[in-house]
Design a protein. Structure first.
Length: 145
């Protein structure tokens, strides 16, 4: 198993700490897809998690990061194979499941979406989770006359 860099939130009796540290692939949580994270976002929930201002993080230690784009490295999920470019938004990452502020992440393939053709990972993360509700709210308007 390889070692990679990750932002890690830890909690002790005096509060929480946030550090950039080495993390082992062996310590990643369950999932059927391991990806190399290429891009992520900084959204409101991530800010709350990093500052400890609100109880966003539900388990410690935690790698924050709710969204990511990346490349599949290992997969036992039938929908994804090594080399596939994917995006992830939400699903408890950065809260109850180790998140995307790391060089690697292991998640359930059901949480992933293939990166759409014509969209770069950076563009996908520019949209991020924060834009999904407003975009979804506009979808019914497209059929109005």
């Amino acid at each position: 198993m390889s070692i990679f860099r990750a932002v890690v939130i830890e909690k002790n009796d005096t509060g929480q700490t946030v550090t950039l540290k080495d993390f082992s692939e062996a310590d990643l949580m369950e999932g059927d897809v391991t990806l190399r994270v290429t891009h992520s976002t900084v959204n409101y929930k991530d800010g709350l998690a990093l500052t400890g201002k609100s109880p966003v993080v539900r388990r410690f230690p935690m790698i924050p990061g709710i969204d990511c784009a990346g490349v599949v490295e290992i997969s036992s999920n039938p929908d994804f194979r090594a080399g596939d470019r994917v995006i992830l938004n939400g699903w408890g990452t950065g809260e109850t499941h180790l998140g995307a502020y790391a060089e690697k992440s292991r998640v359930k393939g059901d949480w992933l979406v293939p990166l759409p053709d014509g969209l770069t990972p950076a563009e996908a993360m520019a949209i991020g989770t924060a834009a999904i509700p407003p975009c979804s709210a506009c979808l019914p308007l497209r059929n109005m006359d």
